[in-house]
Ligand binder design. Structure first.
Ligand code: FE2
Length: 172
């Protein structure tokens, strides 16, 4: 019984373990960690689970970064657990969304565009980091951005890492 109560409270007040936090700090740079921590804790947990799956599949450093940061486009969104569930329930009626409440329309918007929003957010952070050296992105930074932008709608079947990211996202 006590176990059930604990389980319930863990679901209500999710926490990131010390070990997982250390792992995140190993994969991400300080500015990226700052961005990661702006995600709601349940999204942080999801992203860590996706990242660990990618690590087990021997993913590159860029893939692991993308896995941890793939949903950062939701930071400014209203995609709470409840709104996400509503979006799923209402998705068969998405074409009528202009008649729905504003918060539902916003949730549909972020569901659709968070990959692009997240990619742009990270790009701006990288440009800030690079300043002083160059304004252009490194190949590695470009790759992380590319993976984030494609994590829902990208369907390049030759891109094995993108496929791995999509699969791990769907499984977690
Ligand atoms: Fe996503």
């Amino acid at each position: 019984m006590l176990y059930r109560v604990k389980q319930f409270f863990h679901a209500l007040f999710p926490k990131i373990s010390e070990d997982d936090l250390l792992w995140v700090n190993r994969i991400l740079g300080p500015n990226e960690v700052e961005l990661f921590k702006k995600l709601p804790v349940h999204e942080q947990q999801h992203s860590i689970a996706v990242g660990k799956d990618c690590m087990r599949a021997n993913g590159s450093e860029e893939l692991l970064k993308a896995a941890l940061l793939h949903d950062i486009g939701k930071i400014e969104s209203n995609l709470t657990i409840l709104n996400k569930s509503l979006v799923v329930l209402l998705s068969p009626f998405e074409k009528h969304k202009k008649h729905m409440a504003r918060f539902i329309r916003d949730a549909f918007y972020y569901k659709e565009y968070h990959p692009l929003i997240g990619a742009n957010l990270l790009k701006n952070i990288y440009i800030e980091i690079n300043q002083g050296e160059s304004f252009s992105l490194t190949q590695s930074q470009e790759r992380v951005i590319e993976l984030i932008e494609a994590h829902h709608h990208g369907n390049d079947s030759r891109d094995n890492e993108l496929q791995l990211l999509k699969k791990s996202d769907a499984n977690n």
